[in-house]
Design a protein around this ligand. Structure first.
Ligand code: 5GP
Ligand code: MG
Length: 474
């Protein structure tokens, strides 16, 4: 998973891009980078491993200054974890010019397309990254087939199978485009000034999530349509180059876990969907007797809104029984189980005395491997809880994601391997309930616009080596 940013026609656009990236840091914490078109017409790229605040330092941003800039935060799903695979990618074009590209999403037919460019057309690649493939395909259509850049983008968009929300700088223009299924979010914002200060009048902003607009003073205008290509050029309003949509496949996991609760995407408010999931779960729960000893707690921060929605519907007290240490990095992508277990212990701690004698409704947004909840149930039990009823804001995750989320293979997915009873026993919980797929769908404004493949194995594209995991009934 990753995040993208673009700022057009704003003085010191690089500073705004850095701020946008800072707001969408949750989408990728491993590496980040920016490309800026300077006043002299060069496109400079700077990237590094680590967080935005550690890589895009003020002295760097001062050097990389211009009115046109794009940027990226990376959380590796495909390709090795190194700076070569970080984005944006600078791609040479024939006439000595180059463009810069960055993208969020995974391309299913990556190997096939790369192979063709390498063996049949003599292209060389620097990285193993999907963003570079997108850039090289555009270069191929532009340089070899002599297509104007907008057409080259369109041709590329038609060839790629998978998820891509992409921004690029080409000369003094910027393009934003999205795959025809619109798997990943992509929002457009507008900046205007009332004449005060030394700022120019109008500017356009691209971001993976609308939560980034506040920090740069932009207004959320709309999201890119499925298959849409837009162009930004000097002294003109944004123009739509083309829209070639296919069946929408918005990633439902963005609403469950990935996006920030203050974002608005897929025509939904993220916090509102999470609240409604909680309320739905609460309505399914008629067998936990009320009482003063009953408390709803979240596994902060990802399930806070689900837990709040549950507590409000059930009229049970919501409280923060677990403290989360915000200085612990990602635990999910640590390479082995021992390190992931250790990460959960570092990250959460129960409030002293809080759980003694309580019956706890413990709400989390999802279970993937089961690492987090196994540790937390044992922690809460150890802290004195009498009963622990685990409630999950998503359906059972039974399939991997091929479109940009780092789900492990199905032999590591606990719900693909174990029955509900077996998972309950594994977690040592008193009871366990997930949100069923149909209940989840009833919450959404347009349930038929989503990809639910990780819950129902209904994949629109599959990699060549794909084998359907066994489906479990409960
Ligand atoms: P588990 O510990 O069961 O393997 O993973 C579930 C927990 O990790 C949940 O608390 C959820 O908030 C979080 N989670 C779910 N999906 C992802 C993901 O793609 N990346 C990261 N970093 N965390 C995730
Ligand atoms: Mg979590």
């Amino acid at each position: 998973m990753c995040g993208i940013a673009g700022v057009f026609n704003v003085a010191n656009a690089q500073n705004l891009v850095a701020n946008i990236l800072f707001s969408i840091q949750h989408r990728g914490q491993e590496s980040c980078g920016i490309s800026v078109r300077t006043e002299s017409g060069n496109v400079l790229t700077y990237k590094g491993m680590g967080l935005v605040k550690h890589v895009l330092l003020p002295q760097i941003l001062e050097k990389y200054s211009g009115k046109i800039a794009i940027g990226h935060v990376r959380y590796p799903t495909a390709g090795k974890s190194n700076v070569v695979n970080s984005q944006p990618h600078s791609i040479e074009l024939a006439e000595g010019a180059h463009m810069s590209v960055c993208s969020n999403g995974d391309i299913i037919n990556y190997s096939e397309l790369r192979n063709e460019l390498e063996t049949e057309h003599g292209f060389t690649f620097k990285s193993d990254n999907d963003g570079e493939l997108i850039g090289r395909l555009i270069a191929f259509h532009h340089v070899v087939h002599k297509k104007p850049i907008a057409e080259a983008i369109f041709e590329t968009q038609q060839q790629l199978k998978g998820a891509f929300s992409t921004v690029l700088i080409y000369r003094d223009t910027m393009y934003g485009f999205r795959d025809p299924h619109a798997f990943r979010p992509f929002s457009i914002g507008h900046i205007s000034w009332d004449g005060e200060g030394e700022m120019p009048s109008e500017g356009t902003v691209f971001a993976s999530e609308s939560c980034a607009f506040g920090i740069v003073g932009a207004r959320h205008v709309r999201d890119l349509e499925p298959g849409e290509i837009v162009k930004l050029e000097k002294s003109k309003p944004m123009s739509v180059v083309k829209i070639s949509p296919k069946k929408r496949q918005h990633c439902v996991f963005e609403l469950i876990y990935f996006s920030r609760p203050d974002s608005e995407l897929f025509d939904e408010y993220v916090y509102d969907v999470r609240n409604k999931i909680g309320a739905t779960l609460a309505r399914m729960d008629n067998d936990i007797p009320a009482g003063d000893d009953l408390v709803v707690i979240s596994v902060p921060d990802s399930s806070n809104f689900v837990a709040l929605g549950y507590a409000e519907e059930k009229k049970v007290r919501f409280d923060m029984g677990l403290l989360r240490n915000h200085y612990v990095g990602r635990t999910f992508t640590r390479p082995d189980q021992a390190q992931r277990d250790e990460g959960v212990r570092q990250k959460f701690n129960p409030l002293p005395g809080f759980f003694k004698g309580k019956r706890v409704i413990l709400v989390d947004d999802s279970i993937v491997r089961g690492t987090t909840l196994k540790k937390i149930v044992s922690m809460v039990r150890g802290a004195g809880a009498k009963e622990i009823h685990v409630r999950i804001g998503s359906p059972r995750v039974i399939g991997s994601c091929y479109y940009g989320i780092d789900t492990p293979t199905s032999n590591e997915l606990i719900a693909a391997q174990k029955s509900l009873e077996e998972i309950t026993a594994y977690l040592k919980a008193d009871s366990l309930k997930y949100t069923p797929v149909d209940a989840f769908q009833s919450i959404l404004k347009h349930f038929n616009r989503y990809c639910f493949a990780c819950f129902n194995l209904d994949y629109i594209y599959q990699p060549a080596d794909f084998s359907i995991p066994t489906k479990r009934v409960n």
